[in-house]
Design a protein around this ligand. Structure first.
Ligand SMILES: *[C@@H]1O[C@H](CO)[C@@H](O)[C@H](O)[C@H]1NC(C)=O
Ligand SMILES: *[C@@H]1O[C@H](CO)[C@@H](O)[C@H](O)[C@H]1NC(C)=O
Ligand SMILES: *[C@@H]1O[C@H](CO)[C@@H](O)[C@H](O)[C@H]1NC(C)=O
Ligand SMILES: *[C@@H]1O[C@H](CO)[C@@H](O)[C@H](O)[C@H]1NC(C)=O
Ligand SMILES: *[C@@H]1O[C@H](CO)[C@@H](O)[C@H](O)[C@H]1NC(C)=O
Length: 643
């Protein structure tokens, strides 16, 4: 094969005959002589330090614009490979009319080609995110007032510059009367389909600007459940949610938090309350009082009722303290919620209220008048330190492909500034690249192209991004890993995965010689056949999935990756929309002829972060930075969450 030959030429120069070497040297010499090149360049050429020198001479981002190349390995200088910017996986030939997935893929490919053509032609304007937005500062008002009627239309109040220390938001509202619900999420339904009376509302500080077209992170979720909670009591739940992953809830059930437990700015997390205005059975009241007397050693004094009542007006204020949010209702402190790593006050750019409540008015005051990071897209820091190091002719032990969505600018920046600063990556023993498909918004594509050009760590997979086609990025990762960097192992992760490189390399090195599939394995998992994420029988016939490693972090050896790519190019690779299950299926197929070592480890954490993790998932940009700092300064793999 042509490209095989090129690899050989590149990797094994000693196979060349003397004559060939002589001819190459002459050619290069003539080339250099015929162009006017700086003296310094000539002086450096041929010295021992040639590789370092040429690295500097050929700055990594080859000038605009991402030329699509069909050669697998470019032999530009003696020791520096050209960095590809576009995946060269041959999608266009690989999809028949056959299945639904193939149709989607063909369509995405055609649309993607068009979009990418437009970006390359320079017709579309983007770059907006790269401008310094100095005159956008001082544009935020110090206070915002919204009437109930105005609010009802939208359900969200925008706090353009977020919050700052001691900002406060006051909401005047009235909880609605309970209504019957067949299957409320907050209750345990006992008697079959008997309806439960429910009254609850949700007040949330959200990070509206985090990412377009994605559910915003909930920085504070404040959820009073007047009626209908599974405990049978009125409670207040507070929580956070990032990428649809909830943290552990802080529930206030009417007991005062013990003062010896953690307080927030000196306030307890939960105040006590009594509930004398309900219509519970006497028996319930008795046990409640008994419990209460057991729980509280002190003598019972006058207590306040649960702060919310159906049909009763309340005035609620959320204020931002040093250590957390404080909520008071009708002038009395009710709850405090410590800040969780991963969210900052300035990120809280929206207040949403929904549920069984009528809002009469909202006031926000002591707001910041400027925002240091107006839109996280503008977080892109064009500083050479964050650029990908050039690829030297070293043995790449591990290639890491990071799945990322086009508009995840802040997420990519956080990865660059955290674990991608590891010395193994800086020395090119480990190479990491983001795999990004094209976005429906043209200006975002232009920005991606610019970002790719500057940092040199993005591989554009030229199809229109689609949830069901993530599996194609996995194949593109395999292709790049084996053909472009000739890595011994290929790892796949997401842009909210934190990777602890040392420990992963240690694990991988123990099984150098064999075929390897490593990750957090799922055994005997069955497809969901109902609901939003349902898998049809057309998509997956069998009752069970093969053994597969969770998607946020797994590793395969190069021979497996090679098998996947060659099967794909022969149009023989079976595709399934879940990329991690697909990988399990391919490895199983590979294992039928050559034995594979399956290595299961829970330290490839799926649900968040555990101590001694190898990978941690659902880490927000701020958590990434925090974990990296802990790893650097405390030399310990510690988590940055409160879960
Ligand atoms: C090559 O680099 C070494 C140190 O890295 C230096 O001592 C030496 O002078 C360099 N040689 C040339 C020819 O630049
Ligand atoms: C697919 O694209 C490659 C280049 O990307 C081109 O060489 C080839 O002819 C194309 N094949 C088809 C069937 O369009
Ligand atoms: C922002 O600043 C630029 C130059 O610094 C100026 O041309 C432009 O008019 C300013 N825009 C606004 C909205 O003030
Ligand atoms: C609650 O009990 C009182 C009497 O104790 C009664 O008048 C009222 O209607 C009851 N409310 C409901 C909602 O059942
Ligand atoms: C891999 O192949 C071996 C030999 O055919 C078989 O014993 C083993 O069960 C296979 N492993 C998996 C996970 O399928």
């Amino acid at each position: 094969m042509k490209r095989g030959g090129k690899v050989d030429l590149f990797v094994l120069p000693n196979r060349l005959t003397l004559l060939q070497i002589f001819m190459v040297v002459m050619l290069v010499y003539l080339l250099f002589m015929s162009f006017e090149i700086p003296l310094a360049f000539r002086a450096g050429f041929g010295s021992e330090n040639g590789s370092i020198f040429l690295t500097d001479a050929l700055p990594m981002p080859v000038p605009l614009m991402l030329e699509e190349s069909h050669h697998r390995v470019q032999n530009q200088g003696p020791r520096v490979m050209k960095l590809e910017k576009v995946s060269t996986l041959r999608f266009n030939e690989s999809f028949s009319e056959g299945s639904e997935l193939h149709k989607v893929a063909r369509h995405a490919w055609v649309t993607g080609q068009k979009l990418w053509g437009e970006v390359k032609s320079g017709k579309v304007k983007g770059f907006e995110k790269f401008k310094v937005v100095e005159n956008r500062t001082d544009t935020c008002p110090n206070s915002v007032t919204v009437s109930g009627a105005e609010f009802r239309g939208k359900g969200v109040m925008v706090l353009p510059c977020g919050l700052t220390l001691w900002s406060h938001v006051t909401v005047v509202g009235t909880p609605r009367w309970a209504h019957a619900e067949r299957s409320p999420k907050i209750a345990v339904v006992r008697d079959g389909d008997k309806a439960v009376m429910v009254s609850q509302f949700m007040m949330e500080l959200q990070g509206l600007k985090a990412v377009d077209n994605e559910e915003p992170p909930r920085i504070l979720h404040f959820n009073p459940r007047l009626r209908g909670d599974w405990s049978g009591r009125p409670v207040i739940e507070q929580n956070t949610c990032y990428r649809m992953q909830w943290g552990s809830a802080l529930r206030c059930e009417g007991w005062k938090s013990r003062a010896d437990k953690e307080t927030v700015d000196g306030q307890v997390k939960c105040e006590k309350w009594i509930r004398d205005d309900n219509n519970r059975s006497e028996e319930w009241k008795a046990t409640w009082w008994l419990n209460r007397l057991i729980g509280q050693k002190k003598k019972v004094t006058v207590d306040w009722p649960y702060p919310f009542a159906e049909g009763k007006l309340f005035v609620l204020t959320i204020s931002a303290g040093l250590e957390g949010y404080h909520v008071s209702v009708d002038g009395r402190h009710v709850t405090s919620f410590p800040y969780r790593t991963g969210f900052a006050l300035e990120d809280a750019t929206g207040l949403s209220i929904n549920g069984d409540v009528d809002v009469h008015s909202i006031f926000a005051a002591s707001l910041p008048t400027s925002h240091p990071s107006f839109a996280p897209q503008m977080h892109l820091e064009l500083i050479p330190q964050w650029k990908a190091p050039p690829l030297h002719d070293v043995n790449v032990e591990l290639f890491i492909g990071i799945l990322s969505a086009g508009n995840h600018f802040a997420e990519r920046m956080a990865v660059r500034k955290s674990w991608m600063q590891h010395k193994l990556i800086k020395s090119s023993h480990v190479v990491a690249r983001f795999f990004v498909a094209l976005h429906a918004r043209k200006d975002i594509n232009v920005d991606i192209a610019k970002e790719a050009e500057y940092f040199g760590d993005i591989i554009v997979v030229p199809y229109m991004d689609h949830y069901d086609l993530v599996v194609l990025k996995t194949i593109a990762i395999c292709e790049y890993g084996i053909w472009k960097v000739a890595a011994k192992h290929i790892m796949k992760c997401d842009d909210d995965t934190f990777v602890r490189l040392d420990s992963i390399m240690n694990e991988v090195k123990q099984v150098q010689s064999r075929s390897l599939y490593m990750g957090n394995m799922n055994y005997h998992h069955r497809p969901l056949r109902h609901g939003k994420w349902a898998v049809t029988y057309e998509e997956w016939v069998e009752e069970e999935y093969p053994i597969y490693a969770n998607g946020p972090g797994y590793i395969v050896s190069a021979d497996i990756a090679q098998f996947i790519v060659s099967e794909f190019e022969k149009h023989k690779l079976k595709l399934f929309k879940m990329e991690d299950v697909s990988m399990g299926m391919w490895v199983e197929q590979f294992n039928s002829t050559r034995p594979v070592e399956y290595m299961h480890d829970l330290k490839f954490c799926q649900h968040g972060c555990i101590e001694e993790y190898y990978t941690a998932h659902y880490q927000s940009p701020r958590q990434m930075t925090c974990m990296w700092e802990k790893l650097q300064h405390q030399l310990k793999p510690l988590c940055c969450n409160m879960r």
